[in-house]
Design a protein around this ligand. Structure first.
Ligand SMILES: Nc1ncnc2c1ncn2[C@@H]1O[C@H](COP(=O)(O)OP(=O)(O)OP(=O)(O)O)[C@@H](O)[C@H]1O
Ligand SMILES: [Mg+2]
Length: 222
């Protein structure tokens, strides 16, 4: 089953939120999902402690540069979709996780600063591709976007696309429900109402479908 690694050296880019939304949506759609907390700050672990861990999700922590590769391989062999959340740094752990990925997902806010630092994730992917002698699928997802799209957002997105970088549609909107997942745990189905729940659920579900479509496309399309 596929391994999705969420990586960006930019702190606060929305990595852990993206990991929880993706994991809970794929589990809700029927997949067995292994979520690996590879961040010493333990965002995913905190999420799992806050509320009931949804059906079909298992949380794995104490992930280190020594055990990441064998942990991913074992879970992958088990038939789980593996989702790895990482610290906002470039490190050996991050590079090893990337080396095992079927898809590396880089969340970024649509600001010039975040895009500039986020683009360094692409460099890490390129380095692993060179080491392994194979290509690693990679995509960017804009996070915390507003209903009215800024000029900066349009400019950054156009520039990424012009470089041939895959940009996930839809972006993940700024939603109270998404940050509240870390308050209440669980998923968007169990979450007490926060803001526009219908819009939040639709956004998360459409996002997860866009990722799922990339994972099921034929390799040559990658
Ligand atoms: N789409 C969103 N809507 C609302 N709030 C969001 C959204 N995405 C992230 N946030 C909030 O922004 C903050 C940073 O998000 P998150 O922790 O997911 O980023 P991160 O990249 O994992 O950070 P770190 O590098 O520290 O691990 C958190 O408070 C989170 O609740
Ligand atoms: Mg995080």
């Amino acid at each position: 089953m596929p391994t999705i690694v969420i990586a960006s050296p930019k702190g606060g880019a929305g990595k852990s939120t993206t990991a929880v939304l993706l994991g809970t949506e794929l589990a809700r759609a029927g997949a067995d999902v292994a979520m690996l907390d590879g961040d010493p700050n333990g965002s995913l672990t905190l999420w799992a402690e806050r509320g009931p861990v949804p059906a079909r999700i298992t949380l794995h922590n104490a992930i280190t540069e020594q055990n990441i590769v064998r942990t991913i391989r074992a879970l992958d062999a088990d038939g789980s979709v593996v989702i790895v959340d990482l610290e906002g740094v470039a490190s050996r752990l991050v590079s090893r996780a990337i080396s095992q990925a079927d898809l590396v997902l880089t969340p970024m806010r649509a600001t010039t600063l975040d895009a500039t630092i986020g683009a360094r994730a692409l460099q890490l992917v390129a380095e692993e591709e060179e080491t392994l002698g194979r290509s690693i699928r990679h995509a960017v997802v804009f996070t915390m976007t507003r209903a009215i799209r800024s000029k900066q957002h349009s400019g950054i997105e156009a520039s990424l696309r012009a470089q041939g970088i895959d940009v996930i549609t839809p972006a993940l909107m700024e939603r109270a429900a998404f940050s509240a997942l870390f308050e209440y745990g669980g998923d968007l189905a169990t979450l007490p109402a926060q803001g526009n729940m219908k819009a939040a659920r639709e956004n998360a579900s459409d996002f997860a479908s866009a990722i799922y479509a990339r994972l099921t496309e034929k390799r040559e399309a990658a």
